[in-house]
Design a protein around this ligand. Structure first.
Ligand code: ZN
Length: 543
């Protein structure tokens, strides 16, 4: 009996194949060994654990996932999506997603690895090639241009094709490319732009502005020759937006880029950055009679989304606070990315013609550049929370995409035991496979963290200088899980760099089935256009 049972357990895999994953496989095996009679009661194998297909939680969870996925098959026709919500985690590479999901799970008291960020449950996903028209590893300007216009361009250039030359105003004329947000406005849809970075920063800017230089955020950032030649700074393009009835929602940081140098910031007392005397915040409220301008959380929370139809929110001088610092680190108070997303959807949903909303988790990128994994992960979780709001609030006819513009040289390494604190030192497993009692060590007997960077400022805390010491620090002596801790870096650089490998894209809603396999980044615009017929709706509205 015992021998036969073992043989059966070993045979289960092929039996399962015969059963086609439909059930736990006992029927298939029963048939094969039924002649012995004694083996007929194969179900017992399940209860005694020998038939792992009916008792092993990994096996059963995988089977459930396939059952669910098999019900996903959709082939939505073109134009079926009424609304589009595009989430971009700036610099949110795949290693960031993995680490953030573990981080979030551990914050909830779990082991972490089994956790899923909100969008990791979406039915479709793919890999996105992020190179730009002229760089193997890109910046946010050409990558976001690719996502929202359908064409790749050169580094530093915002929604102008690669026929232009960076920083050369004269090369932009005639090479501006239409964005999804512009098409949506022409089509009569409502639109929104949300970012925790400056609204004039490359990623949000690519949705509403056209510039051959991403750094032309205010007129004072531009060379006189470019101004003389008629090129416009990025902030002014948000207010002078020429299509439809203008964006309904624009929220983020970058307040001083909208203020004249004769005025001082209400929160910090610094002068505005505009030389042209324009106060774009008051221009917003005079341009839109149903508009409002807010700059702190209390004002934001008191906005009546039924009467306010055009909302400008500028919550910081420059970039908004990191999520880790938002509640305690900002005197005037700032809304969270999820709160901004929620309020924006309340406004945008009122348009029967649909809406296009772009939401950027803009500071994942900045924390990585600083070599500070804790803040990058916290901001990734904040983006996941914002996506959860969208999942709850958006109607079924909404295509939701979640992607990144590019990756970072951020690594998850070593052989830590399952559940090891993701920000902590690597503790492996002992010979029995259980948690080791001591930390893993390098060739010199020194411990190391799971998270690290291939380049950047390296070991330190907060804004301490770049670490050029070629010897590794003794991490036993430091609080490596502190929010200010900067992970070690192999190549010392003032700022950690972007990485060139693919990023992920996740999709849910009509047209989501197009997001699969390995795709060029500029294809994502075409997915949105196919799903919501943006060009067709814009053309129809013009006739
Ligand atoms: Zn509008």
């Amino acid at each position: 009996m015992k021998l036969k049972a073992i043989v059966l357990a070993m045979m289960t895999l092929s039996a399962l194949t015969l059963a086609g994953c439909g059930s736990d496989g006992e029927k298939g095996a029963t048939g094969a060994t039924g002649a012995t009679g004694a083996d007929g009661s194969n179900g017992q194998d399940g209860t005694d654990g020998r038939d792992y297909t009916a008792a092993n939680e990994w096996f059963m969870a995988g089977q459930d996932a396939v059952t669910k996925a098999s019900g996903n098959s959709i082939s939505d026709s073109a134009g079926k999506a009424k609304n589009i919500i595009l989430f971009v985690g700036d610099g949110m590479g795949i290693s960031t997603l993995t680490a953030a999901r573990i981080y979030q799970g551990q914050q909830q008291g779990k082991s972490g690895e089994e956790n899923r960020l909100s969008f990791e449950t979406f039915p479709y996903s793919g890999l996105v090639k992020t190179y730009s028209a002229n760089q193997q590893t890109p910046d946010s300007a050409p990558t976001m241009t690719a996502i929202v216009t359908g064409v790749k361009t050169k580094d530093g250039i915002i929604s102008v094709s690669d026929a232009a030359v960076r920083d050369q105003c004269s090369t932009s004329t005639g090479h501006e490319v239409m964005t999804a947000l512009e098409l949506a406005e022409i089509a009569g849809m409502s639109t929104g732009i949300i970012s925790t970075a400056r609204l004039t920063h490359a990623t949000p800017a690519a949705t509403y502005a056209h510039s051959v230089e991403r750094n032309w955020e205010a007129d004072s950032d531009m060379p006189q020759a470019a101004l003389d030649a008629g090129c416009k700074d990025i902030a002014s393009q948000l207010i002078d937006f020429p299509y439809g009835d203008g964006p309904e929602v624009a929220m983020g940081g970058g307040r001083t880029y909208f203020m004249p140098n004769t005025e001082t910031d209400p929160e910090y007392g610094r002068a505005g950055r505009r030389n042209d005397g324009r106060d774009l915040t008051t221009e917003w409220t005079s341009k839109y009679s149903d508009g409002a301008y807010v700059w702190n959380r209390a004002q934001f929370m008191s906005v009546d989304t039924n009467s306010v139809k055009h909302l400008l929110g500028l919550f910081e001088n420059s970039h908004m606070q990191y999520e880790a610092d938002r509640v305690n680190g900002d005197g005037a108070g700032e809304p969270s990315l999820a709160e901004m997303t929620s309020r924006a959807l309340d406004m945008l949903k009122q348009n029967d013609s649909g809406y296009f909303l772009m939401v950027e988790g803009g500071r994942i990128d900045h924390a990585h550049h600083a070599g500070n994994a804790a803040r990058a992960l916290e901001d990734t979780v904040a983006l996941s929370d914002a996506v959860r709001v969208a999942i709850e609030k958006a109607d079924k006819d909404t295509l939701i995409l979640v992607t990144a513009d590019h990756s970072h040289v951020f690594t998850i390494a070593g052989y830590p035991v399952r559940g090891n604190p993701i920000l902590g030192l690597v503790r492996g497993v002992d010979a029995s496979g259980a948690a080791a009692t001591t930390y893993s060590t390098d060739s010199n007997g020194m411990p190391y963290t799971t998270l690290g960077y291939a380049n950047g400022p390296g070991f330190g805390f907060g804004s301490a200088a770049v670490n050029t010491d070629s010897n590794r620090p003794d991490l036993n002596l430091y609080a490596v899980t502190d929010v200010d801790y900067r992970q070690e870096a192999t190549v010392p650089l003032g700022s950690e760099t972007h990485a060139g490998e693919d990023v992920a894209v996740y999709a849910k809603g009509p047209g989501a089935q197009l997001v699969t396999g390995s795709v060029e980044q500029n294809m994502l615009f075409h997915v949105m256009n196919y799903a919501a017929n943006l060009v067709g709706r814009a053309e129809a509205a013009q006739n």
